[in-house]
Design a protein around this ligand. Structure first.
Ligand code: FES
Length: 166
């Protein structure tokens, strides 16, 4: 890459560059680097993975392989608010399916669509959130809500809408 292109890429990916520097561009720190980068973009864009690969002197395939292996990494854009609905056994028997249905209906997420058109919400089912005693459980951006009813879940969405419109 010529110096001008390298400088332009560095400007474009300034935050990624700072994260790479934070970890001294150590390729053994790829996972924490990807975690930090995902916090910036809320997912891992392909062009960013290529930039990271260059910065760590790894092949893009290696970086993509790690990013696609772990469920916590997303290669797709996600909404500002990520709602995880637990469908593990404890939550399932307490009606988590109805919570997910209510959320999807409220957010107009049909046919397996996970993210709203305005990129405000992503709704995903997960297998266990580690709070089975509070079943049924959801998280919104990792904040845990227990003993959730469909009505409560809808209210949480309404509260976020109200906050966002203030
Ligand atoms: S099964 Fe839902 S939190 Fe564990």
């Amino acid at each position: 890459m010529c110096p001008e292109c390298k400088e332009a890429a560095t400007r474009k990916f300034e935050k990624v560059c700072q994260i790479l520097d934070k970890y001294q561009r150590d390729s053994s720190k790829l996972i924490p680097i990807l975690q930090d980068v995902q916090k910036v973009y809320r997912y891992l864009p392909e062009e960013v993975l290529v930039y990271i690969a260059t910065g760590l002197d790894l092949s893009p395939a290696k970086v993509y392989g790690v990013a696609s292996f772990y469920a916590n990494f997303s290669l797709e854009p996600k909404g500002k608010y990520v709602v995880h609905v637990c469908d593990g056994t404890a939550c399932h028997v307490k009606g988590s399916e109805h919570i997910k249905e209510a959320l999807c209906k409220k957010l107009n997420l049909n046919n397996g669509k996970k993210t709203t058109d305005d990129m405000l919400f992503t709704v995903e089912a997960v297998s266990c959130l580690g709070a089975c005693g509070l079943a049924p459980v959801i998280t919104i951006n990792e904040k845990v809500y227990g003993q959730v009813t469909p009505e409560m879940a809808e209210k949480l969405i309404e509260n976020i809408w109200a906050e966002e419109n203030n």
